[in-house]
Unconditional design. Structure first.
Length: 452
């Protein structure tokens, strides 16, 4: 029986986006005969919401080990809230203990707490266990350094994260047995950045559709009070992150609604969980934009995070589901798959030539409105979207969209399909066990970029 140690800083009952891939894969790992231990963090003051329902999806056979973390009650005085930094020494020592006690075949890092990823190389040096890195987001991200990009959030914390990424990314990935990425562009960037990162160094595995989670969501949908208000207006709902990179798509949407103001009053727009801030601390993204377009009475936003199952319930309740693309062309939106499975009419608004537009064209299931990724002249997109929304308001639910290719979703993009892809990579690494492929000087670990 192969043994797998998974490092995921967040884990149920805490609900955070970066642990969903691991959580949904666990039943399939166990069914395939793997012995799995999840190393996570015992965070007594999580910034993400606590969602006990998610514990029902974790197989009893999975052993969960929780490492200590410094309390935010103390670290906040130093401006330190990052979970990875608060747990780094404790998780390192707990991982060492586990690797001494058990002969693991592989360590799998699936977390966006990037400061934890170098532990893979440290443990490999001591115990010889190969490790795989799962890049759900780019570690070293130059999005905010591109011309026209918004000011990076976080002040000195952003600059610290960027500097540490430049310092540690190459050093860590150069010894990884494999890199899994949710986006082809992430791997292409690594190939451009590092001469030693070849086509065989990584594989693309998208996020999986939460097919099993919908069982819980549909049960709560039938038995619990609704998430969305009930009234005469058509409801457009969106649940998830709404960062500055999505504001251009939001601008097109609001401009289209303002264009048909006489009929826009038939719509109510609801945005949930738009920031990663705890309840009471998030800043609404839509307020000023809605005021500028005269839509303040129609737009409602709750920035605080909501539960994952609740986000699925919103997709089941809404009259029209909304997908928003990112100005970051490589951004891979995980909400595409659950939105398609909810079976509601969908409108997708996105810059052209992004991951979202590619997925919608491949999978269907949504009316897609695109606009040029640069510049502010989006009149054609606004006109088209206004026409689609006006027709939707008149027909009360009929929407001109290509039917979703659910067979393709189920064969390639379900949690089971993604888990099979992960296991194929894991098995190949364990079977191969090749000697170290890399023999590089320290200078080779740094990016070959102009500002490196």
């Amino acid at each position: 029986m192969p043994r797998l140690l998974i490092v995921s800083a967040h884990f149920p009952p805490v609900n955070a986006p970066d642990m969903q891939r691991v959580r949904m894969s666990l039943p399939h790992f166990v069914d395939a005969g793997w012995e799995v231990v999840v190393l996570t963090v015992d965070d007594r003051q999580p910034q993400a919401p606590v969602e006990p329902d998610l514990l029902q999806t974790v197989p009893p056979a999975v052993r969960i080990v929780r490492a200590h973390a410094w309390s935010r009650h103390w670290t906040r005085w130093f401006g330190l809230n990052n979970l990875g930094l608060r747990t780094l020494p404790f998780l390192f020592l707990t991982g060492r203990r586990l690797l001494r006690e058990t002969a693991f075949d592989l360590v799998y890092f699936s977390t966006t707490q990037f400061i934890l990823l170098p532990l893979g190389r440290a443990w490999r040096s001591e115990f010889g266990v190969p490790y795989v890195i799962d890049l759900q987001d780019p570690w070293l991200n130059d999005y905010y350094r591109q011309p026209g990009a918004p000011r990076p959030p976080g002040g000195w914390k952003y600059h610290f994260a960027h500097a540490s990424a430049r310092l540690l990314e190459g050093w860590t990935l150069s010894r990884a047995a494999h890199v899994i990425s949710v986006s082809e562009s992430y791997l292409a960037t690594l190939q451009q950045r590092y001469r030693w990162f070849g086509p065989g160094s990584g594989s693309v595995l998208t996020f999986g559709a939460p097919d099993v989670d919908f069982t819980l969501a549909r049960k709560k949908f039938r038995t619990d009070p609704g998430m969305l208000p009930v009234g005469g207006n058509l409801r457009i709902a969106y649940a998830g992150r709404l960062g500055p990179d999505m504001v251009p798509a939001l601008e097109v949407l609001f401009a289209a609604l303002a264009r048909l103001r006489d009929r826009a009053g038939r719509f109510e727009l609801y945005f949930y969980g738009t920031s990663y801030a705890p309840a009471g601390e998030g800043v609404a993204t839509t307020t000023q934009l809605a005021e500028r377009h005269g839509l303040s009475d129609l737009v409602h936003e709750q920035p605080a995070r909501i539960g994952y199952i609740d986000s699925l319930r919103i997709m089941l309740e809404t009259d029209l589901a909304l997908l928003l693309g990112s100005a970051d062309a490589s951004y891979s939106p995980s909400k595409v798959y659950p939105t398609l499975l909810a079976g509601k009419p969908i409108i997708a608004v996105a810059p052209a030539n992004t991951v979202l537009t590619t997925l919608i064209r491949e999978l269907g299931g949504a009316a897609l409105v695109t606009f040029p990724p640069t510049g502010s002249a989006h009149a054609e997109a606004v006109d088209r979207l206004a026409g689609l929304l006006g027709d939707f308001a008149e027909s009360r639910g009929e929407f001109p969209a290509t039917p979703a290719n659910l067979d393709l979703v189920k064969s390639r993009y379900t949690a089971a399909a993604v888990a099979i892809g992960q296991l194929e990579i894991f098995n190949a690494i364990i079977t191969r066990q090749k000697p170290d492929r890399f023999s590089r000087s320290v200078a080779d670990y740094w990016p070959d970029t102009p500002d490196a």
